[in-house]
Design a protein around this ligand. Structure first.
Ligand code: PGA
Length: 222
């Protein structure tokens, strides 16, 4: 126990998370670091593909992502929903409609995340499945930039609902009620199968799972 405590005080925690997880992980880290001062944290924010590369190089203790790859030996624990929703500017013609058939997105001006993004892959899979072809106007590697592009009238997009939780342009944006959305995804906390987790990493893993069950803003998303 004493050794554990000592380990924790001196420990370093290396985290890597997908871009949509950056909306809550720093908050969880805040209270974690308050509880365990002296823990040194590095937090990398990358897209899905970049995270897989980091895993292959064994660069971090823990990873947070949706859709953990099946061809790697991983321990993966789901802990939070990550629904993907259609986001538009409030004055978009579809904003007042309910239960919009997905086919109605055909030809819509669309802002797409970059190749390698897990969000992009999930959106593309759903659109392909329903043979819907949107008109990709712009490709952007940032959820924040996408929100501003939507507000600027460049088109609609599909984003994790988490990107909207602490939204201060919320007056300008709205979620469209399109059939087959939200795309239901979950976040997993993941580590490499053969890896012996440090006390710090194990403690954070447990803290993360516990905390995310008790944050009202996150519960609202489910
Ligand atoms: P992304 O990941 O940042 O690569 O889009 C989000 C996700 O896969 O849910």
């Amino acid at each position: 126990k004493v050794a554990d405590l000592k380990g924790m005080k001196q420990g370093k925690l290396r985290l890597a998370v997908v871009t949509t997880a950056k909306y809550f992980v720093p908050r969880v880290l805040g209270s974690f670091c308050q509880k365990y001062p002296g823990i040194d944290v590095s937090l990398q924010v990358n897209n899905h593909q970049e995270l897989i590369c980091r895993m292959q190089d064994n660069l971090d203790d823990l990873y947070i992502l949706s859709q953990p790859p099946e061809d790697l030996d991983l321990c993966a624990e789901p802990f939070l929903d990550n629904p993907l929703v259609v986001v538009a500017r409030r004055d978009h013609p579809l904003a007042k409609q309910r239960n919009i058939p997905i086919k109605q997105l055909t030809g819509e001006a669309f802002i797409m995340r970059e190749p390698g993004s897990g969000t992009r892959k999930a959106v593309q899979n759903l659109l392909d499945k329903h043979k819907v072809k949107v008109q990709v106007r712009l490709e952007l590697g940032s959820n924040e930039a996408i929100k501003h592009a939507i507000a600027g009238g460049l088109g609609i997009s599909v984003l994790s609902k988490h990107t909207l939780v602490w939204e201060n342009v919320s007056g300008e944006l709205t979620i469209l009620d399109v059939q087959h959305f939200p795309i239901q995804r979950r976040w997993y906390v993941v580590y490499l199968g053969g890896k012996h987790l440090s006390v710090v990493a194990q403690t954070f893993l447990e803290y993360l799972i516990q905390e995310t069950q008790h944050t009202p803003e996150l519960a609202m998303l489910a």
